[in-house]
Design a protein around this ligand. Sequence first.
Ligand SMILES: [Zn+2]
Length: 104
Amino acid sequence: MGGIAEIARLACNQTTHDSVHFTIAMSPPPATGRPRTCRACGKKFDYPVKGGAATRHHCEDCVVIPPEIRKTFERLNTRVGQLELQVRSLEAKIAAPAPAAGTK
Ligand SMILES: [Zn+2]
């Protein structure tokens, strides 16, 4: 329990990008760069990385997508983020002890 396996497990639970997060979680942290989240796909990446194509807001995969198409990705990614929050708050509600409701 714990350690890298736990981090990988948590990362995998987070979104539908299972394999991407798993790969990132298993990679050793680079010497440079700060962790960032891609606006378009939600992938975690480090920026700046020497020789990397990524920008402040977009990972190296999304930086090559035409901006007008990337905008759609960003919209969808925002929506997915909102839905994830909703799911989490609903899960918390279910996990919380239910108040005595509707005794018949
Ligand atoms: Zn991306």
